[in-house]
Structure formats: structure tokens, C-alpha cells
Design a protein around this ligand. Structure first.
Ligand code: SF4
Ligand code: SF4
Length: 109
């Protein structure tokens, strides 16, 4: 019998492209290579590798990065030590915005 259960994990969720100036600080901060630069903006490329260290959030001078909860369904064979597992990110996301530095600069147009 296959048993399914949900696990919930906090990961990097979004980079606000209007706040992002493309400074690249977050790319340097992330030791897991989750963030890359594309067309002058930071983008999330390997969300699953996020280890919730919050370094990118703390270091972003524009407070452009937010975290979110993701849920994964993990399936395992019950009564067996074989754990055939299939995972998938559900979009039942619960958004959580973590504040990094307080922003003193004025908004860009
Ligand atoms: S640190 Fe902030 S402003 Fe700089 S590239 Fe990353 S998201 Fe953009
Ligand atoms: S929270 Fe840590 S691991 Fe996740 S994207 Fe930011 S710097 Fe990388």
C-alpha cells in the first residue's frame, strides 16, 4: 500500500524584478547556487536546493527577495522498507515575506 504525506518547507520564493537592480550580491551570497543572473536581473534557478539560510535576503540591498512555504507530497510504500518515493511541488503555497534590511532608498520608477 502506498502512503502519501505532505511535508512543508520554507524556500526562496520570489525575486521582485522591479526592486532588483542586478547588483549580483545575492548570487555571491548563495552557497547553493540557487540564484543566477539573467538579462541583468536575479532569477531563481534551483529553488529545490535552497537551504533556508536567508543569506540572500539579509544581503540584498533592495529587499527584493522573499521566501515562501512549499508543500511536497511524499509517497512511500507502507509496510515495506522500499521507499519508492515520488515528489512534486504543489502550488498550495503559503506566502511569507521575510524582511531583510530596511530600505532607506526611495522607490525607483
Ligand atoms: S541582491 Fe537584490 S538587488 Fe542585487 S541582484 Fe540580488 S535581488 Fe537583485
Ligand atoms: S535562502 Fe540561502 S540557500 Fe536559499 S536562495 Fe537564499 S542564500 Fe540561497
Amino acid at each position: 500500500m502506498i502512503e502519501a504525506r505532505l511535508t512543508r518547507r520554507l524556500v526562496i520564493g520570489k525575486i521582485d524584478r522591479y526592486r532588483c537592480t542586478g547588483c549580483g550580491v545575492c548570487v555571491q551570497s548563495c552557497l547553493n547556487d540557487v540564484i543566477r543572473m539573467k538579462a541583468g536581473k536575479a532569477i531563481i534557478v534551483y529553488q529545490d536546493d535552497c537551504s533556508q539560510c536567508f543569506a540572500c535576503i539579509e544581503d540584498c540591498p533592495r529587499n527584493a527577495i522573499s521566501m515562501r512555504w512549499i508543500e511536497k507530497e511524499v509517497r512511500a510504500a507502507r509496510g515495506s522498507d522500499r521507499t519508492s518515493s515520488s515528489t512534486g511541488v504543489s502550488n498550495g503555497e503559503i506566502s511569507l515575506v521575510m524582511s531583510g534590511k530596511s530600505e532607506n532608498s526611495s522607490k525607483e520608477g
